[in-house]
Design a protein around this ligand. Structure first.
Ligand code: A2P
Length: 324
């Protein structure tokens, strides 16, 4: 492991900006406050993590910003440019006139002058005056995709973010953005793990030069939307035993071998270290075949974005365009 520089393991970026470090540190956690997260960020930087993923919805921007400031002060990284920071636009800010102010608010909390990547969090808007969560079904609104994407492009032109992209977008919704985008999305961040493999979406993104980053690569065990089914899967347990690896490492290696990036959450020093140790070994063809046969089930379907009465998505079929 010592010979591999994690910071240099990056995925290509379609817009010519620097690539995304393959392993990202996830900060979507509903079980801890800012202190454990800040400690974990500092540990992660010491271990070699350079990519940190947040969102206005997670409430982790402030803590992450403080941890980054401390890392710089301590000299754990020489300059902010060594880090790759992603944040996301929340639904109530998915309105043409609110995108730039929302990004500026995120930057203020993060104590940064620019993001590396800014993503539309979900393909849905909510009433502007609504805060983060919970959203009531009467708060849901259709997104003006053209207007919101134009504002995202303006964020990039203004230098507030190096790259722009989306999250939780189906192929159909990506096709829509691509049909009018001046700057195409560079990333689609989606749920991706051995239990929800995203084969078709990954092929589409590859063909359109969009990098896929997988969230919940371990099934988000412990989160309100999460499951133990990924880490408890018998096929993965057998492969892990045979390779002398942990199940988590098999899961992360599998995502990496699909050509995708990964955002994995751990606030535990040992597991943070373990999750980086996936680059000096490989899954075999037989392992990959076995993993392909794992029954598929999406966990984070986002039922609270469905409203038969108020829309804009009246069913899961409409939200995911038949992909789940
Ligand atoms: P912890 O923070 O205590 O390490 P995901 O990234 O799919 O959302 O999964 C996050 C969950 O998986 C968290 O509960 C995290 O707990 C746990 N986790 C992270 N890394 C590992 C690992 N290597 N082995 C087991 N569990 C892990």
């Amino acid at each position: 492991m010592a010979s591999i520089n994690i910071a240099k393991l990056v995925l290509g970026s379609s817009d010519g900006h620097r690539g995304i470090p393959v392993i990202g540190f996830g900060t979507a956690s509903d079980d801890t406050g800012p202190a454990p997260m800040k400690m974990a960020v500092l540990e992660a930087i010491k271990l070699g993590y350079r990519h940190f993923d947040t969102a206005s919805e997670y409430g982790s921007e402030q803590g992450l910003g403080e941890a980054i400031a401390e890392a710089l002060e301590l000299g754990l990284v020489a300059s902010r440019d060594e880090l790759f920071i992603t944040s996301k636009l929340w639904c109530s800010d998915c309105h043409l006139h609110l995108v730039i102010p929302a990004l500026k608010t995120s930057l203020g909390k993060l104590q940064l002058e620019y993001l590396d990547l800014y993503l539309i969090h979900w393909p849905i808007s909510a009433k502007p005056e609504k805060g983060i969560l919970p959203l009531d079904e009467t708060d849901l609104m259709p997104m003006d995709f053209t207007g919101v994407w134009a504002a995202m492009e303006e964020c990039q032109r203004l230098g507030l973010t190096k790259s722009i992209g989306v999250s939780n977008f189906s192929r159909k919704k990506l096709e829509n953005i691509l049909s009018f985008a001046t700057i195409p999305p560079s990333v689609n961040q989606v749920e991706m793990n051995t239990g929800w493999q995203q084969k078709c979406l990954s092929e589409f993104c590859k063909a359109n030069n969009i990098t896929v980053t997988g969230f919940s690569p371990l099934g988000a065990k412990g989160a309100s939307w999460g499951t133990n089914q990924v880490l408890d899967n018998e096929v993965l347990i057998d492969i892990a035993k045979a390779r002398g690896k942990t199940v988590a490492q098999v899961c992360l290696r599998w995502v990496y071998e699909q050509g995708a990036g990964v955002v994995v959450k751990s606030y535990n020093k040992e597991r943070l270290k373990q999750n980086l140790e996936i680059f000096d070994w490989a899954l075999t063809e037989v392992d990959l075949d076995k993993i392909s046969s794992i029954p598929q089930h999406k966990e984070n379907v986002k039922k609270d974005f469905i409203s038969p009465e108020h829309g804009p998505y009246k069913s899961l079929e409409e939200l995911w365009d038949g992909e789940i």
